[in-house]
Design a protein around this ligand. Structure first.
Ligand code: ZN
Ligand code: ZN
Ligand code: ZN
Length: 370
């Protein structure tokens, strides 16, 4: 595995060294009969955290390939913007005189840290098959040794599976091993209030004796068919429960984002909603801080992001993979004149989105500018 790879794409291969073949059956969701208690997180064995921050990468950063905006494209973007808004008149957009296009450079740095955390909890299910209890002296494996397969990278997900050799069979705690529990409707009596006369013993209209309950006011309980008890819902009548440790694995994609420079009149949060031109991508088990990027704030952000993610995730979870990217987001200031007055609007992102600072032909019914 190369360190500090500068390649774009899938640089290096993950070793997945903790995934040894124990052949555990996993399911995204275990049956509804399972109940879980006493969840407890498990700290990962020492991993790569200590190696972070010791290396640097300083690759050649390519020049942008997106051509600068033309006047015609700037006007088209504004006309499209105005057409989508009721409060904006389109005449000004068509007639304004563009004086100057000032291209600005903004970079977006992103670090994604794909982490895995594990915790275990006790769960149980009705015991149906004999022989599934843990043999005496057999020890369950360390939770980080349980193989769960390779998840889709950079996608959040939770998976549950059994810890092998952790099963214990016990008498059902709800029915105390009887397999049946008292009927809640008749409280074990097998008879309940008559549904026809509602316990009054007489038919309401005729004032005659109720025939269904022969005037007793009580009839056979329909919930338990008169037995006074029902099949225990906890053990489903099996009398025993198999308790086992359930491993809960959570994969998270943690994202750090930084945009290099905002313009005084331009709301920076707009930039997170548009695409930029990808000029750098680095992916590996762990990535190293970028140095000597033409915009020093990006190098600083890379250093800070990697340190923050390492501190936040390396002790409580395992970092499986990291990816850092730098995008160049074009922003163009469009200075124009209308009715002898100067105005300004911005075009930003590869989508050529428009942000209007002030617009000469606008009514004020309170529609949003963005
Ligand atoms: Zn009953
Ligand atoms: Zn009755
Ligand atoms: Zn039971």
């Amino acid at each position: 595995m190369s360190r500090g790879s500068t390649g774009t794409g899938w640089a290096g291969r993950s070793s997945w060294r903790w995934c040894r073949g124990l052949g555990v059956q996993c399911a995204a969701v275990l049956g509804a009969a399972l109940a879980a208690t006493g969840a407890k997180p498990v700290a990962p064995p020492l991993g790569l955290a200590g190696e972070l921050g010791q290396q640097r990468i300083s690759p050649p950063f390519p020049q942008p390939s997106v051509p600068p905006l033309t006047e015609a494209a700037a006007r088209r973007a504004l006309l499209r913007f105005v057409a989508a808004r009721r409060c904006y008149g389109s005449r000004a957009a068509a007639e304004l005189v563009i004086r100057e296009l000032r291209p600005r450079v903004t970079y977006r740095y992103r670090l994604e840290t794909f982490s895995e955390s594990r915790l275990s909890e006790w769960a149980f299910e009705p015991f149906t098959k004999p022989g599934a209890s843990r043999p005496p002296g057999d020890v369950p494996p360390d939770l980080w040794d349980v193989e769960v397969g390779v998840p889709p990278l950079f996608q959040g997900q939770t998976r549950r599976c059994r810890v092998p050799r952790s099963a214990l069979v016990r008498e059902c705690h709800r029915c105390h091993g009887r397999g049946r529990s008292q009927c809640g409707m008749c409280h074990g009596a097998g008879r309940a209030r008559c549904v026809t006369c509602r316990g009054s013993r007489r038919r309401l209209k005729q004032q005659k004796r109720c025939q269904l309950c022969s005037g007793t006011g009580r009839s056979r309980c329909s919930t338990c068919s008169g037995r006074g008890s029902k099949t225990c819902t906890t053990c489903q009548g099996e009398k025993k429960l198999r308790h086992f440790r359930q491993l809960v694995i959570t994969w998270r994609n943690n994202v750090f984002e930084f945009v290099s420079e905002h313009h005084p009149n331009f709301p920076g949060e707009l930039l997170s909603k548009v695409s930029g031109e990808n000029i750098f991508k680095d992916e590996n088990l762990v990535v190293y801080p970028i140095v000597d990027f033409p915009e020093p704030a990006i190098s600083r952000a890379s250093r800070r992001a990697i340190a923050e993610h390492s501190a936040a995730f390396a002790s409580s979870s395992r970092i499986l993979r990291q990816r850092q990217t730098v995008e160049r987001i074009p922003i163009t200031e469009v200075h124009y004149q209308y009715s002898g007055k100067p105005y300004l609007y911005y075009i930003y992102g590869l989508e050529n989105k428009v942000y209007v600072l002030d617009y000469p032909e606008r009514c004020c019914c309170g529609c949003t500018i963005v």
